[in-house]
Design a protein around this ligand. Structure first.
Ligand SMILES: *Cc1c(COP(=O)(O)O)cnc(C)c1O
Length: 381
């Protein structure tokens, strides 16, 4: 049996303490013992999301929370703006379309961040716009958007909500829901929360809860009013994913208070050394506005990304993601979330350098490999 190092931007490697809880005997979800855990989780989630409002837990992947955001605040016929700068922006726009909502997509070239002024102009031209939807970190291109600046623009429009997909942002970068004025924030368990896929989170501002009252989109499984009522009394509307939520109680200890600052700092550091070490190998960072939860490295045209990933996986047991659609085979994406140790980073760059030497990349040689190792040992402590 081989030990694989998962360096993907979700799912992420899980620490042994979390794995232990996930394997514990099952509890029923309508019991005092579970209620106590759920209450503790709810309190901590507010600190992680930096909001005073409840953060609701849904049993779904992150996309479920993205859908919940739409169907609980909007109505068929509404107009919205969606920032489309990669796969996840495309998904949110398509989702809204399914519910009869007209999205004015702001198409941003992949790897670039959106210009907040383009949102301002579109909002002024279309006073009917009910919401602006944007990823904080567009995982498919490893790019971050200027969320705080966009929030300031949207806040000037009292009838418009700002909804953010913070699925690879919470825990990896500072995101202040209340003080920045974000109206809907969604996230998912398999990213910085260090859990398996299957649970998602959503928080609404007072303005978004007010919009919820008039929202006419069909909703049954993702009816947030039902969830709010039930979750405030220590239960979930449908059955709870007890293992996820018990493990979440532990992982949130790493994502609250001082530990949240530490977690963010660690992601920044991993992203920074990944960019620097890649440059030492003669590779370029793909994004013009790089994220700290995932880094995309542009591969030289003579390197086939799929072959490189196969080599990394088969020979070095390193699992990484490539690019999708127009970026297929052209980039390598390295995740920085979850239980990633310094040893994982050393093993990754050693494997990457050796694979690139084998594939004939001119920037890779034994000397560079050693220099990178020294650099990583100095920077990561
Ligand atoms: C992972 C991710 C999602 C959610 O994907 P699911 O597969 O539904 O969990 C959404 N947005 C971003 C930016 C993500 O990274």
């Amino acid at each position: 049996m081989k030990k694989y190092r998962l360096l993907t931007p979700g799912p992420v490697p899980l620490p042994p303490s979390i794995l232990k809880i996930l394997g514990a005997p099952m509890w029923h979800h309508r019991t005092p013992q579970f209620e106590k855990v759920l209450r503790s989780v709810h309190e901590k989630l507010k600190l992680t999301f930096q909001t005073k409002n409840p953060v609701l837990i849904l049993t779904s992947t992150g996309s479920g929370a993205m859908e919940a955001a739409i169907v609980n605040t909007l109505s068929p016929g509404d107009e919205i703006i969606t920032v489309v700068s990669g796969k996840f922006g495309e998904r949110w726009s398509a989702m809204a379309g399914e519910f009869g909502i007209k999205s004015h997509d702001i198409k941003v070239p992949w790897g670039e961040s959106v210009d907040p002024l383009s949102i301002r102009d579109l909002l002024i031209k279309n006073p009917r716009i009910r919401a602006v939807l944007c990823q904080v970190s567009e995982t498919s291109t490893a790019t971050v958007h200027p969320i705080k600046e966009i929030a300031e623009i949207v806040r000037e429009h009292s009838e418009t909500l700002f909804m953010v997909d913070a699925i690879t942002a919470i825990g990896a970068m500072d995101l202040q829901m209340d003080s920045w004025g974000l109206d809907v924030v969604v996230s998912g368990s398999q990213k910085a929360f260090m859990l398996p896929t299957g649970v998602s989170f959503i928080a609404l501002s007072d303005k978004a809860w007010a919009a919820n009252k008039t929202s006419k989109c069909p909703k049954f499984y993702f009816n947030l009013q039902n969830e709010l009522k039930t979750q405030s009394r220590g239960e979930t509307y449908f059955s709870s994913s007890v293992p996820h939520i018990r493990a979440l109680d532990l992982s949130l200890k790493q994502l609250t208070g001082l530990n949240l600052k530490k977690s963010i700092k660690r992601c920044h550091k991993l992203a920074e050394v990944t960019r620097k070490a890649s440059e030492m190998l003669g590779l370029c960072v793909y994004s013009k506005s790089p994220s700290s939860s995932v880094t995309a490295i542009a591969l030289p045209s003579q390197i086939d990304g799929q072959k490189l990933r196969d080599e990394l996986e088969k020979k070095y047991h390193l699992v990484l993601m490539g690019g999708q659609d127009q970026l297929k085979g052209k980039i390598l994406r390295i995740g920085h979330l979850g239980y990633i140790t310094n040893e994982d980073m050393l093993a990754f760059f050693d494997g990457l350098c050796r694979s690139l030497i084998k594939m004939g990349h001119v920037g890779a040689n034994k000397k560079v490999n050693l220099a990178i190792r020294k650099y990583l040992l100095r920077e990561l402590r």
